[in-house]
Design a protein around this ligand. Structure first.
Ligand code: GLN
Length: 378
């Protein structure tokens, strides 16, 4: 068989988690919380299962949940979103992203993305016959040079993918970035896919610059978010996509034949649970405290800490410790000191190695303490 993705291997998240499990290492590689899902949310799922909501949900998602999402983005980002025609519930952020890319990309289309780029973007582009065009961001601040981005735009550019707060770097885009992006696509048939799954983890008093805050930009954008990061249940795989009605109608043409619809009782439970605002409003403070706790414990180590402005990841630069490539060093740390991480070179097209590893701090204090102890010993 001729592979449609000849150069694509197994995702690093699976590779590192398997390695961590094999060696009994503390797994700070794949990003998932070891913090329990709110018991109330589990009770609600159980309630809806017991009460018989065990058949297909409506294709675009349960309306009550879409309405809650529309209310939330209205309150937080002052966005006017029509729950009926502009919100679709997806099987996690990744399915939403794949669906957006499949909806838009035709043979030969170019997609601009920022490296380090989350690893599901490029394969989805290539499987659809598109071409990823990378703008590389560099440590320590991973700032976007918009002049460079403008230089990458061609007549074939169909889509720009942004991700804020940014995985794996923890960079967050500023208002100025959004205005630059808005100006860049103004009057052109270029769309934006904005991956905002870490929207509720922004630190140091900054605000999340959702695309939805910018009506002109939002008019050409698909915004993707996820519940798993927000409610500590990444295994539930439920997310959503927001886009203007005309774009959403095209999205749904693909969505209906990719998954048709998403887990029904969980959607009803999430709709009820979203009545509570604290769980997402306090999440930034919750993760900022974890970031600071972990960073503090690591301060005696020989790693250079690149303090994140958002997400639940921190980057550690290790050039003082080893000459090894980041991939080899990540394997060594997993096998020999029992802490698994993610090498960030895998998110660059040319495996650009800055000797930086990504660690997930969405963990209980005890886990973070044990990991930090081990990392301080080397
Ligand atoms: N988003 C998670 C991370 O960045 C991984 C999700 C997955 O394993 N597919 O670690």
């Amino acid at each position: 068989m001729v592979s449609k993705l000849p150069d694509t291997g197994t995702t690093i998240f699976t590779v590192m988690t398997e390695l961590a499990n094999r060696h009994g290492a503390i797994n700070l590689s794949q990003g998932f919380p070891d913090i329990p899902t709110p018991p109330k949310l589990i009770e609600l799922v159980s309630h809806y299962m017991q009460s018989g909501l065990n058949q297909y949900a409506p294709m675009p998602g349960v309306l009550q949940l879409r309405e809650k999402i529309a209310e939330k983005v209205n309150e937080l980002y002052h966005a006017k979103v029509d729950a009926q025609n502009e919100v679709t519930i997806t099987a996690g952020g990744t399915q939403a992203i794949y669906t957006v890319i499949t909806t838009l990309i035709q043979l030969g289309d170019e997609v601009i993305l920022f490296a380090p780029a989350y690893d599901c973007y490029a394969p989805a582009i290539m499987v659809n016959g598109g071409k990823p065009i990378y703008v590389s961001l560099k440590a320590p601040d991973f700032a976007i040079d918009w002049e460079e981005v403008r230089g990458m735009v061609s007549t074939k550019t169909k889509l720009i993918i942004i991700n804020t707060p940014h995985n794996p770097t923890g960079m967050v885009m500023a208002r100025e970035d959004m205005l630059q992006l808005q100006a860049l696509i103004d009057g052109k048939e270029i769309y934006v896919l904005s991956d905002e799954v870490y929207e509720h983890m922004v630190f140091d008093g900054q605000r999340h610059e959702s695309v939805l805050r910018y009506p002109e930009l939002a008019a050409q954008s698909f915004v993707v978010s996820s519940f798993g990061k927000t409610y500590h249940n990444t295994g539930w795989k439920i997310g959503y996509c927001i886009a203007p009605a005309k774009l959403m109608a095209e999205f749904r043409k693909v969505h209906q034949y990719l998954v048709f619809s998403v887990n029904h009782p969980m959607q009803r439970a999430l709709a009820d649970f979203m009545e509570l605002r604290e769980p997402y409003l306090q999440l930034s403070a919750f993760y900022q405290a974890k970031r600071d706790y972990f960073i503090d414990l690591l301060s005696p180590s020989r790693f250079r800490i690149l303090k994140p402005k958002g997400t639940y990841f921190v980057l550690l630069e290790y050039s003082q410790l080893s000459e090894k490539s980041d991939t080899d060093f990540a394997i060594q740390l997993t096998q020999e000191i029992g802490v698994a991480s993610i090498p960030i070179s895998v998110f660059y097209p040319d495996n650009f190695d800055q000797k930086i590893l990504r660690f997930c701090f969405a963990k209980q204090e005890d886990t973070l303490m044990k990991a930090a102890e081990r990392l301080c010993k080397i």
